[in-house]
Ligand binder design. Structure first.
Ligand SMILES: NC(=O)c1ccc[n+]([C@@H]2O[C@H](COP(=O)([O-])OP(=O)(O)OC[C@H]3O[C@@H](n4cnc5c(N)ncnc54)[C@H](OP(=O)(O)O)[C@@H]3O)[C@@H](O)[C@H]2O)c1
Length: 423
């Protein structure tokens, strides 16, 4: 059967030919009037049929379709563990459940986790959150349905995969493995729950050791600490094996966050391997590091099915990543600040800046605490590095002061977009 539209055209053409072509002289008056009458009837019937079809189609659409537009769901939630909901530093599990807002409160098993992730995804789809194009594929805005919730009172943030990440961590670059073990163990006593290492740093074993010691002494549980490590997208013949090796070296059952250390020709291959590790539960959250613009981010996740939750970049008062931060906000991707005190070899410039010095004096705090507090209030996760136990304790004191909106604005003005590292 012809589509009503085509049918109308056909009948209109037929009728048109009757209207345009003059009756042959031989045609009787009666036959001429009859043709006109039949033509008019046909037109009326066709138009009526057409209107009926249109109305029926519209009605069917209203009944069958959901209220909202379907959303292209290319994103897989990269959460694998609801236990992070209990990780909020210093928070009770009830508190942290409230933070995540997505926790179901049931016992954490891999099945439940997958179910939670599925629910989050479904809920998101039915809410018809706008699909956004981060790369060639459409990616949903993050499944928790809100921008990452920084809760400074609980020292944690809920990531775009529902995982809870502590807000201020200890960096371990340049430390020996033994130093890392000692610093991490002491930092846990000071309140730290986030620790940054990398396969490249050679501190994975030490970080694991320090944490295991604290767990053994009952200072923390595994679920309360959060370990980040990184792999370079080169130097390994098999990334799946390399991830397993990192996990074994750290020795804490799973890795909370695994980052691609920096861009490289095999970055998509590594990204896919981390996605597989997330699916297996070896890694809980996926992220990238040293990606500063849309182009490089689009490239690394061109084949991705999971959105990164964290991007770790050089970030300090002189290089504030503002454009990138605004770009990432709709996806709920948070920026973790390495070089939060201005970077190795450059910290004196930041620590001695008159604006920072004046604020430190006013708040009876130290310049490092002022800068770290700026990171926290600006929505960044700083990971100051130190092998000095006094500095480590001092830095966690950033939670104890509050900068005013004017002070935040003053520090924002120090941005000169100076970027020390180019890797
Ligand atoms: N993804 C990447 O490519 C990448 C690159 C670089 C770093 N990172 C990570 O980010 C972490 C932080 O970066 P970073 O350690 O190089 O730079 P940073 O945190 O900006 O600065 C570290 C320097 O500041 C000093 N410091 C720490 N606390 C201080 C305080 N309260 N007062 C005065 N000085 C203080 C440290 O010396 P003391 O030891 O004497 O305290 C150290 O020399 C690294 O440890 C690493 O985990 C990642």
């Amino acid at each position: 059967m012809l589509h009503p539209y085509n049918q109308t055209i056909k009948w209109s053409k037929l009728l048109g030919s009757q209207l345009i072509h003059k009756p042959k002289p031989a045609l009787s008056h009666f036959r001429y009037v009859t043709r006109w009458f039949c033509g008019a009837c046909l037109l009326t019937v066709t138009l009526g049929l057409n209107a009926f079809c249109v109305a029926t189609t519209a009605l069917a659409a209203t009944v069958v379709s959901p209220a909202s537009e379907p959303v292209v769901a290319a994103l897989t939630v990269n959460a694998t563990s609801a236990d992070s909901a209990t990780r909020a530093t210093g928070a009770t599990s009830a508190d942290s459940t409230a933070i995540s807002g997505n926790s179901t409160g049931h016992e954490t098993t891999r099945d439940n986790i997958a179910h939670d992730a599925h629910d989050a995804h479904d809920a998101h789809a039915t809410n018809a959150a706008p699909a956004r194009t981060l790369v060639g594929v459409e990616l949903l805005a993050h499944p928790t349905g809100a921008t990452p919730h920084f809760d400074l009172s609980k020292h944690s943030v809920v990531l775009n995969n529902g995982q809870v990440m502590p807000l201020l961590g200890l960096g371990t670059w340049t430390l020996s493995s033994a130093e890392a073990a000692e610093c991490v163990y002491t930092a846990i006593k000071d309140g730290y729950r986030l620790f940054d290492t990398a396969q490249y740093y050679g501190t994975q074993r030490g970080v694991g050791e320090g944490i295991r010691r604290a767990i053994a002494e009952g200072l923390v549980t595994r679920a309360e600490v959060f370990v980040t490590t990184k792999l370079t997208p080169y130097g390994f013949s098999d990334f799946d094996e390399a991830i397993v090796a990192c996990n074994q070296e750290i020795g804490l059952d799973y890795i909370d966050l695994m980052l691609i250390h920096q861009s490289g020709s095999r970055e998509q291959e590594l990204y896919a391997a981390i996605e597989r590790a997330v699916a297996k539960g070896i890694v809980h959250t996926l992220g990238i590091s040293n990606y500063y613009d849309q182009e490089s981010i689009s490239k690394v996740i061109a084949q991705a099915t999971m959105l990164p939750a964290v991007i770790q970049n050089e970030n300090h008062i002189f290089y504030q990543n503002n454009e990138l931060k605004n770009y990432l906000a709709p996806y709920g991707i948070v920026l973790e600040s390495y070089y939060p005190l201005g970077g190795r070899g450059h910290t004196a410039r930041a620590l001695n800046h008159p604006t920072i010095q004046a604020m430190a004096q006013k708040h009876q705090a130290t310049p490092a605490q002022v800068m770290l507090r700026w990171h926290l209030q600006a929505g960044f996760l700083p990971i100051p590095g130190s092998h000095n136990l006094e500095h480590i304790k001092e830095n966690y004191g950033a939670f104890a002061l509050t900068l005013s909106a004017e002070e935040m604005e003053e520090i924002a003005k120090l941005n000169t977009n100076e970027h020390y590292e180019t890797w």
